[in-house]
Write a protein that binds this ligand. Structure first.
Ligand code: FAD
Length: 324
């Protein structure tokens, strides 16, 4: 029997998000020699279909309907359900992003499937699909499997290394019929800037109450710019109105897993750690040597961030200049 695994491709401003490739690698682990089928609603999929093939998609279904434009729960869930019915997959993976978190529960309830969310690893053990997910704000991990319906999970970005497979994907345009919506999207008011997506950034420079002001955050932005990273924040900094809540990392904010997390003037409360403790390397800059953040940091600088960061920026610029 050929195993078919369906994944959702996510794109933003016509650019495919890297998590889409990570899902293909996870799907290949489940499908093995079977089929990995990527689904997209993006009309610009031709820009990156080759890449989807390279990373393991055998087929790419593109849902077509004039009403499918920017993300909307009603239209996207209807479109996806129709493709799922057509493909009859043996497992479904979606990104654990704002869109995936919105869509997956709706689809799981429509099909009455078990859903495992915020997965950081996918394994196939003796023909069983086992999903690993963090619990207790990242202090422990549980392994879980779906017992009802098709195994279905949302996968946290930046946790599975996307692997090149070098195959070619077949594109299938699939016309979907959309039924009357129960709600309609009237408008989207954007609040955030168009910078690097925090949840996918390889480097995150994060500021806490120790940054002291919104001007202090400009200093952090300077460091992020020189590193090609994104700026994040603790809730302490957001509550103090130094920056927007869209930057908040933690239990009630975003979860990030960058290669490098630089915590500046952040004490390291458990609720903050819940959003960043899986980062591959953590550097903490804090003037208090007893700050709890140093307990999980790989590298620590005890010092005043207003002195340390300009020195770091200067050194990094010098390095880039020497390399160029
Ligand atoms: P503080 O704890 O005040 O730490 C500031 C740090 O800056 C200190 O360690 C200090 O030594 C250092 N500092 C000061 N000046 C300098 C300087 N010049 N140079 C270097 N270091 C300096 N928090 C989150 O972050 N994310 C969440 O999602 C979140 N969710 C929560 C949910 C709930 C239900 C609750 C109750 C709390 C939540 N919190 C969350 C809040 C959390 O408990 C902490 O209050 C918050 O993380 C503290 O932010 P902070 O580290 O910036 O501030």
């Amino acid at each position: 029997m050929t195993i078919k695994v369906l994944t959702l491709v996510e794109s933003k401003n016509n650019i495919m998000r890297n998590v889409s490739l990570e899902l293909l690698t996870a799907a290949r682990r489940i499908a093995e020699e079977g089929e990995v089928i990527a689904v997209t609603i993006d009309k610009n999929v031709d820009n990156y279909i080759e890449e989807l093939g390279n990373y393991g998609a055998d087929k790419v279904y593109r849902a077509i309907n004039d009403k499918l434009d920017s993300y909307d729960l009603e239209s996207y869930s209807q479109a996806l359900c129709q493709i799922i019915k057509q493909v009859e997959p043996d497992a479904v993976l979606m990104p654990h992003t704002a869109i995936g978190k919105d869509l997956a529960p709706r689809i799981a309830s429509i099909f009455d499937w078990g859903l495992i969310s915020d997965v950081i690893d996918v394994q196939k053990i003796e023909n069983e699909i086992v999903f690993t997910r963090p619990i207790y704000a990242g202090k422990a991990f549980e392994k879980r499997k779906v017992t009802k319906g098709v195994p279905f999970a949302t996968v946290r970005p930046n946790n599975i290394n996307a692997e090149l497979m070098g195959s070619i994907a077949e594109k299938i345009d699939f016309r979907v019929e959309l039924q009357a919506f129960r709600t309609i999207l009237k408008d989207v008011i954007r609040k955030t800037s168009e910078g690097i997506d925090l949840t996918e950034a390889k480097i995150v420079v994060s500021g806490g109450r120790g940054v002291k002001s919104s001007d202090g955050f400009k200093l952090l932005q300077g460091l992020a710019d020189v590193l090609g990273g994104a700026v994040g924040a603790s809730r302490g900094a957001c509550d103090a109105e130094y920056c927007d809540y869209s930057l908040q990392i933690g239990q009630t904010g975003k979860v990030v897993t960058p290669d490098l997390y630089i915590a500046c003037g952040i004490s390291g409360a458990i609720q903050h750690l819940a959003g960043m403790s899986s980062s591959k390397v953590i550097l903490a800059i804090n003037k208090d040597p007893e700050a709890p953040i140093f307990e999980i940091a790989d590298y620590g600088i005890v010092g005043d961030l207003f002195e340390v960061i300009p020195l770091l920026v200067e050194e990094l610029k010098q390095l880039q200049y020497t390399k160029a």
